[in-house]
Write a protein that binds this ligand. Structure first.
Ligand code: IMP
Ligand code: MG
Length: 179
């Protein structure tokens, strides 16, 4: 039996220990250090969930780079558009730059597609994507994910930046919702 915790009103079980997460991040860092040497990439971290992945990845990046943060804000469209996502907080000149988007988790792919499309409007040289977790069975988009820390099942996870009802982002391990 794994370690059980309660977050808000639901029970979760330990699923991915911190050391496995850190090992996966080392793998991503190694590849990025090689792929972007001399390119001075700009990491664009998508808040809130990506704050831990960003900090841990940056501690393992040893090439010259910049780091910046954006947020995806949702609001209801005025017409029949329903929910609209807008990327806020982007204020650097990205023309000709190599961008690496940092995400905590890619689920349906809606968020990452929106952020990538928004960044491409700034005429960068290239836009790559790094995500700590990926739910391949939930993914509905075509856009390629360049660096994936770990594939996870289509279940609800909490910890390591991921929240349930605002709680659990501080946990260093990943916990899975009990069915
Ligand atoms: P997507 O736009 O459907 O790919 O969803 C991406 C966002 O949904 C992530 O950045 C998370 O904030 C949230 N999300 C997706 N799966 C989970 C999960 O298992 N736990 C907590 N948040 C999640
Ligand atoms: Mg996120």
């Amino acid at each position: 039996m794994g370690k059980n915790i309660t977050v808000y009103d639901k029970k979760f079980t330990l699923y991915i220990p911190s050391r496995k997460i850190q090992k996966a991040i080392s793998g991503i860092a190694k590849r990025i250090n090689k792929d972007f040497a001399g390119k001075r990439p700009v990491f664009i971290s998508v808040l809130n969930g990506s704050f831990r992945f960003t900090a841990d990845l940056m501690s393992k990046i040893n090439i010259e780079c910049e780091v910046s943060f954006v947020k995806v804000a949702s609001y209801s469209g005025t017409r029949s558009t329903g929910k609209i996502n807008t990327v806020i907080g982007l204020n650097e000149n990205l023309r000709g730059r190599s961008i690496i988007i940092l995400e905590d988790i890619v689920d349906s792919g809606n968020t990452i597609q929106k952020v990538a499309a928004e960044l491409k409007k700034h005429s960068p040289e290239q836009v790559k994507i790094a995500t700590m977790f990926f739910k391949p069975h939930a993914y509905k988009k075509q856009i390629l994910l360049d660096y994936v820390g770990m594939k996870v099942p289509n279940d609800f996870l909490v910890g390591y930046g991921l929240d349930y009802n605002g709680l659990g982002r501080n946990l260093s391990d990943i916990y899975i919702l009990n069915l």
